[in-house]
Every structure is written in C-alpha cells, then in structure tokens.
Write a protein that binds this ligand. Structure first.
Ligand code: F6P
Length: 544
C-alpha cells in the first residue's frame, strides 16, 4: 500500500487548509513546552522538530499513514534479509555491516548467515590498514606509503571521501588520503601531480569493477606507476589493491585477488561506506576508530528498528519530508551542516537520497501520481548564509531544511565556535518567526522599504545536534539519513535500492565513444550529430 491509499492521508488532505494556515509564532506562543514535546534523542543525536508546520494532531496523522502502510513490517523485512530489492532479486543488508554486537543475519535468498564474511573482511581490512599505517607495507622500492588514493565513483567515492573529510581530526596526518572519481583526466593529473609514485598506494574501489570512469582512472594510475618503475610489473602488486564484489574482473585488471577486499551484492553502492569501500577511511583513522563509527551506525540501526514511531528519528524526519513534498508542494530539501568537516555531506546525501528515491513508477511498475524523492542540496554554514539563504528567508519557494551542528568544536580557536553556533541557532529562529511589517516599521524603516525588510517567517526547519563530531556520532548521522530515505521510499512505494535510471546514459556514452574518434556515419538526432561533428572537427585540427 502507498501513502495515498491510507485513510490517514485522506484525513491530512482534508485538513490541508488548516495545515497551510499553521503559524509557528502562534504555536510557540500557545504552548511554552512545544520545543520540549517535539525533541527526541537517539545514538548521541538530538532532533528538535518543533520548528515544523505541525501540531500533535498532524504528527499523529503522519504516523498513522506509516502504520497503515505497514512501515514496521517493511523495516523488519530489511533487517531480516528478505529480498526487498526485487528488481535485482537481492537482500538489502547494509545494516549487517555494522551488526557487530548481535548474532546471525541471514540472507533469505540462500539462507546463509552473512556475519562470518562481514567479520572476516573487517579483520582483513584492519590487518592491512595497520600495515599501511605503521609503514610495514612498502612500495616496490621499499618506501612506506604516504599517499593513499582511492579510485572510484558514486558510492565507491562519495561515502569514503565525505567520511575522510569528516573524520580528519582522527586521521594519521603522515598519510594523505586522496580521491579520484571523475573520468576527466584533470582529476587524476591534479591529484597525483605532487605525489611520489614510490610512496603512493591506489585503492581501486568498484562494486562491479567495470565502471568506465573507474577503469579509465585505474588504467591511467597503473601506467603512471609502471612508467615510473620502467615497466616492472611487480610494482602493481605493491601499489594497487582492489575493493570489489567481482574477483574475476579484479584478476583481469592484473591485481592479485589476495590483495582484494570483498563485499557483497546485498550492499548497495550508496550504502557501502561501512563495507570494504571504507578502506581508505580505515587507513586514515585506524581500525579502532572505524569500529567506533560502525558502533554509531549500529546504535542508530537499533533505534530505527525498535523505537516507537513517535520517538523514532529516521521515521520523524521521513514523515516530515513527506508532509512538505506531498502535501505542501516542496520540490527540494536543504541539508545545512554547521561544521566544516561535513562539507561533503550534502553531496553524499544527494546520491543516497536521489539515486534511491528518484523514481517515477511504483513497485507494481505503474506511473506514480504523487511526487517521490526531493532535490537534495546544501552547503556548510555559514557559507550558505552568504550565498542562497536570501531565497530561504524571502524567496517564493518552500524549502524545508535540516540544520546540523555540534556543541563542541575540534578546533576551539578564539570565538569561532560561539560565532558559528550563534549563526546556527539564529537562522532557524529567523526562518521560523521572521519579522513582521509592524516590527520593521517600529525600527523606523521608511514605508517604501517595509515590504523589502519584512520576513514572513513560518519556514520549516529541523535542528539536529550532537555533542561533538566523533566516529560514533558520524556513523549514527549517516545511518539516520539512510533510514530516513528508507521510510520515504516505503511510503512512496518505490524500489529504493535499485538505480536503473543511470543505465541509459552509460549505454549511449559507450556508443558515442568510437564515434568521437572515427569518421563513421552518424544516425542520432540532429543536435547529437552536430555535437559529435563539432568534437571531431576540433580534435582533427592541430592545437594552437
Ligand atoms: O552510476 C551509478 C552507480 O551504479 C552507483 O550506484 C554506484 O555507486 C556507482 O555507479 C559506482 O559503481 P561501481 O562501484 O560498480 O564502480
């Protein structure tokens, strides 16, 4: 059942006038305990959702929608290894990657416990990470590793890249962690330009080991290493390891499968950070910190699975998102981390959310008549304030936003953290309560300027706060958003764990590759033909 078929949703639709007319100013004035009543905690995080356009009745109705859709059973189906990724006939068990304090987790497809494999790979990663960190792992010429370069794209890049930045305070600074993802050679060339090949270790991360961008970058990296060692093929084993589910493809590339870290088809790319895909992160922060991160993930997993809906963080975030997306017409959702270490978190969330729920057919293959996943975007505060917050405060669009902040800073320099957090708190206050025309007038503004200086307010935000950005709170934060995406996909009745929408472009690019470098006849539309012809002409002419 999708959310539109529930009685509770019909009730919400009947009340849409009342919900649209909701006033945060009035609600806070009427109930001094509103913030307290609308604050919930889990896994080191506190969510204050009181600055949303909801009262207790609306929240109860949203939770009733979830109940009617059978969300509880759907959550259980994921955790218990059912093949809920039906279009690929796979279990969805990224939660098993961090279920380290529990017992067996069974893939219902083959009835096997996946946990022995999970633990084995984790131990193998830890042993390798320690070797690299201690300097015991050496390049061909005997030098220890100073540069770890992860080559991957999408889920094989965004998670570890975002996490390596987020957890930099915990990293071993003598080793630089870098990421090459774009097939644009500039990314590789600029990343390695100051690196000594003898001190560089490449981690080729690809679930399928066939992704064009990653294979191009991996081949170029191999040439770069071999050129340095005058073609000595023994260098490959010392300077490359692979992270993949595809041992045969890894062997074809020339990497010894003894130097391969495996994972499984029940781990979606965008959910794979806690798998071997996180090896670059583990080398950076060490196995103990990596396990602390997994502990944070697991704490949020447990909360998601067991907490009642009214106290459940992922469920609450998911339901609020549905209210704005499906009842109030919001097209996008902003995520605004007030922490420089989370600079890449919005980019990571774009894949997590938009690749999961950017679908337009339901599980029966019918075109949906409702909106599905929102456009997710954001930048770290306070930079965003000086760029796009004008639109958030006074624009015509409804943009629900999540503000994410930490009570303590890793860099307690002068008044920076006080100023950062003052802005963090002030923004949600300003968005919620605005400034009336009378308040502007009372400040002595000329009448002509009053409309320009007025803030309507009533702009909804969530505030997420943790004490400090640690491996554990970081893991819990990522799991929180993974499960929020799950909740929304479940209610929209879409398959959140496949990504067929990325295929067509890949296939067409493969067809166009030989056409760009030959004079073959072109049979595309006139625009595509002209673009190809233009590229051919430019590259046929000698470079000025
Ligand atoms: O193009 C989308 C995608 O399939 C993502 O889902 C995935 O994370 C990415 O490509 C990379 O895939 P792989 O890890 O197989 O190289």
């Amino acid at each position: 059942m999708n959310f539109t078929e529930t009685k509770a949703w019909a009730e919400l639709e009947r009340n849409v006038g009342k919900i649209r007319g909701f006033s945060l100013r009035d609600a806070f004035a009427a109930d001094p305990a509103r913030a307290e009543k609308m604050t919930i905690d889990a896994a080191g995080w506190t969510l204050d959702y009181s600055k949303n356009l909801v009262d207790a009745e609306t929240m109860a109705a949203l939770r009733a929608v979830a109940e009617e859709c059978g969300l509880k059973d759907k959550i259980e189906a994921m955790f218990s290894g059912e093949h809920i990724n039906e279009t690929e006939d796979r279990a969805v068990l990224h939660v098993a990657l961090r279920a380290l304090s529990g017992g067996a987790v069974v893939d219902q497809g083959d009835g096997k416990d996946v946990m022995p494999g999970v633990r084995e790979v984790l131990d193998k990663m830890a042993a390798f990470a320690e070797q690299v960190r201690s300097g015991a792992w050496k390049g061909l010429s005997g030098k220890p590793v100073r540069n770890v370069v992860n080559i991957g794209i999408g889920g094989s890049d965004l998670g570890p890249c975002m996490a390596a930045i987020a957890l930099a305070p915990y990293s071993q600074r003598s080793i630089r962690t870098a990421f090459v993802s774009n097939v644009d050679a500039t990314h590789f060339a600029e990343t390695v330009r100051d690196m000594d090949p003898e001190e560089t270790l490449f981690l080729v991360a690809s679930k399928t080991f066939t992704t064009l961008e990653t294979m191009d970058n991996a081949n170029t990296a191999r040439e770069w290493i071999l050129a340095h060692y005058e073609g000595d093929a023994a260098a490959v084993a010392k300077h490359f390891v692979a992270i993949s589910t595809a041992a045969d493809e890894v062997a074809k590339f020339g990497i010894d499968t003894a130097n391969m870290f495996g994972f499984w088809n029940w781990v979606g790319g965008r959910y794979s950070l806690p798998s071997a895909i996180g090896l670059s992160l583990m080398i950076a922060i060490g196995p103990d910190r990596f396990r602390e991160m997994l502990g944070g993930y697991e704490a949020m997993d447990r909360h998601f699975r067991t907490a009642p809906f009214e106290k459940n963080l992922p469920v609450t975030l998911g339901l609020l998102g549905i209210l704005y997306n499906n009842l109030l017409g919001a097209q996008s959702h902003a995520v605004l981390p007030y922490d420089q270490y989370l600079a890449r978190f919005p980019a990571y969330l774009q894949q997590l959310d938009m690749e999961s729920n950017g679908k337009s057919v339901d599980k029966q293959g019918r075109r949906v008549s409702w909106q599905t996943g929102p456009i997710v975007w954001g930048e770290p505060g306070t930079n965003g304030q000086h760029a796009f917050y004008q639109l958030l405060h006074q624009g015509t669009k409804l943009v629900p936003a999540d503000f994410i902040g930490f009570l303590r800073s890793h860099n307690p320099l002068g008044a920076h953290h006080v100023h950062l957090m003052a802005n963090f708190i002030a923004q949600t206050e300003a968005l919620a309560f605005g400034k009336t025309a009378d308040e502007v007038r009372a400040e002595g503004a000329p009448e002509a300027l009053v409309p320009h200086k007025t803030f309507e307010g009533n702009r909804p935000t969530n505030t997420l706060v943790a004490d400090e950005l640690t491996p554990a709170t970081f893991g819990a934060l990522v799991a929180l958003y993974e499960h929020k995406v799950f909740v929304q996909g479940a209610l929209w009745d879409v398959f959140s764990f496949d990504q067929w929408g990325v295929q067509l472009g890949k296939v067409l690019a493969k067809k166009i590759i030989p056409e760009l470098t030959s004079g073959s006849a072109l049979a595309h539309d006139s625009s595509t033909n002209a673009l190809i012809a233009r590229f051919r002409a430019a590259n046929a002419a000698p470079r000025a």
